[in-house]
Design a protein around this ligand. Sequence first.
Ligand SMILES: *Cc1c(COP(=O)(O)O)cnc(C)c1O
Length: 414
Amino acid sequence: MSSEQVPLSAAALDAADPLASLRDTFSIPSGVIYLDGNSLGALQKGIAERIDRVVKQQWGEGLIRSWNDTDWYEMPMRVGDRIAPLIGAGAGEVVVGDSTSVSLFRVVAAGLGLQPSRNVIVTERGNFPSDLYILEGLQGLRPNLEIRQAAAGQDPAELLDERTALLVLTQVDYKSGLIRDMKRLTDAARTAGALAVWDLSHSTGIIPVELNASGADFAIGCGYKYLNGGPGAPSYTWVAPRLVGRVAQPLAGWLGHKDPFAFTPEYVPAPGIRRFITGTQQVLSLAALDEAMKIWEKISIAQVRAKSTLQTNRFIAQVEARCEGLGLTLASPREAAVRGGQVSFTHEQGYAVMQALIARGVIGDFRAPNLLRFGFSPLYLSFAEIDRAVDALAEILTARSWDDPRFTEKRRVT
Ligand SMILES: *Cc1c(COP(=O)(O)O)cnc(C)c1O
């Protein structure tokens, strides 16, 4: 073996990690190795103080005066400006509010409105279920709408044709972590005369995203995963600047109006992305997300992606070396270039194995029917922790300690 092939020790990798010091800005309980930042990002230390200030001073003392005296009114756009550089969007192009599902409804309906002579949406069967449900809900409102779902392993581009209004895809698959080629698929949609809508929930904050450069038309994504905005953090919405001035969204509300405080009975949309606001923004949740996003003032997505790749590669290599013959099969791409920030393995007893891991403080999650899912947030995860997580997994599988009624009983949230 040449010296380059000798795997580096976790200690050496941690010593050379330019992001290592960020760990101290998070409050992660001792004894926990957190491998679920792709599902609910961890808490940063400044957030509790920020929320406390917004509640006690701005709300408690300022009362309604705070709508003018603080930045409450501008928050959906200001937090959007913090997210924009991570997704290849410009200042003033992103707005934040409501859940991802609701934001998806708005952009898909807006996109359909631009394509009155077409009635097909192309997506994939394996898309995040909420995204499929939202499309079905729209179908209930527009009965002639047809939804085509690419089967597992099928290229969604094959389903595009002259009747296709929209291609609606999630860039990084929530189960496998496979990264879809945004540029290629957006180009394919354009060639067919369709518009491309991207869900960036498992992309933003973990892989570089280039919305403007790839020619995308609409994008939305989640605030509580790699962005660490907290449980139920609001989502973000982007519409290509060339389209935003002529789209109508179906949940038009007063705060997306050009002049909300004119209180006119006629709706006139705000000129830009602000028209995608419906009602009053979630000020407390926006404050948490705003605070969480400050970390990006110090780091770049390229640094995060570089560390993420090292971490997921290491996890796969170690699990495969140490858990051979113990029933695990890699369910994520082996090639790092098309793998996002998570690694999934199947195991027949996946649920129980994950419960046994969680009981040991190694927190990942389980996705039916048999998937163990591990998310790696480079902002707060060390290489030493990855090695310790593999130790725990190997021990649980070798000793079959998952085979215990404590671990097999299903709980509501997996
Ligand atoms: C997490 C996730 C969502 C979450 O939607 P909410 O409505 O914010 O709960 C939607 N789509 C995808 C692809 C996701 O991964």
